[in-house]
Design a protein around this ligand. Sequence first.
Ligand code: NAP
Length: 317
Amino acid sequence: MTENTYDTIIIGGGPGGLSSGIYAKRAALNVLLIEKGVLGGQIVNSDEVENYLGFEHIGGAELSMKFGQHAQTYDLDIVSREVAEIIPGADFHTVKLANGDTYRTCSIIMAMGGNPRKLDIPGESEYYGKGVSYCAVCDGFFFRNKTVMVIGGGDTAAEEALYLSKLAKKVYLAHRRDALRASMILQQRIFSECKIEMLWNTIPTGILAEADGVSSVALQDTVTGDKQEMPVDGAFIFIGFEPSNQLVPAGVKMTAEGYVVTDEKCETSIPGIFAIGDLMEKYARQIITAAADGCTAALAAAHYVEAKKSSDECHLE
Ligand code: NAP
């Protein structure tokens, strides 16, 4: 078991975590970033990004790689491990890893993001990887010239339906209402793509499969109650997002939906513990807002660490 000490520990290596790493290093903090998967966050799975300032058009994987490379030019200390627990303390906080290693730190920036929301209908988990998917970029290739259904009405569903329309023979886009939530520019693209057919006021009630994978989706009309089975080869589910809040320590204020409540410095209800990006309660969950949160939290953490040290409360050496 190792025990190390830091000014700030960042948990999560998406755009928010990496941006906070850069700002924390520039503020001369002794900083550690912990990421259990690959650096770059959810955008690794995005086909194209067109709204990140400075890049008219860039692949999600390429942009996430650039984020990681930029952070590494600051010699950011990164460990590829799973965090098991965050233990708040009056003088310092503790981060415990799943392998038993323990780190003491003045401040923590939680940047754990979130995961795709599940429909929780029969067949969804059973046929995951056999035609049920939450990532068109990862799995779309297997559906070339096939028929797929995308479920959802937000930006993600619209973007992924457009991506799939480049590969598949036909894309049904099933949405539970009669208007999309997605941005206007995406809606215009959806409505002008002849391979995409809208299924309005439609919810899936089950996913059915045969030996070689998904064969159809059972649907219900939310207005008439009519039921039908639509033959498809794949079901791509994009119905939103759930914050990864399992590590958020007791005592941190959260919304009913599980997002962490912060002040304008991204600080939570526990002093010295910050939350950023998709994990925090906020209006817009975008790559650029996650990166901006990372900046805010790191600058605020630097200020917090300095104040703690000058009051002699956080001398961890
Ligand atoms: P979202 O905006 O929350 O949309 C989720 C969609 O799924 C909504 O249309 C919702 O219907 C539908 N839905 C939710 N639960 C459902 C259920 N149980 N059954 C059927 N349908 C259900 O999620 P998102 O599209 O993943 O986007 C998340 C955030 O990331 C948003 O802020 C979005 O703007 C952002 N984003 C931005 C970009 C971009 O700018 N390029 C790309 C992707 C995501 P209702 O509309 O009826 O609620």
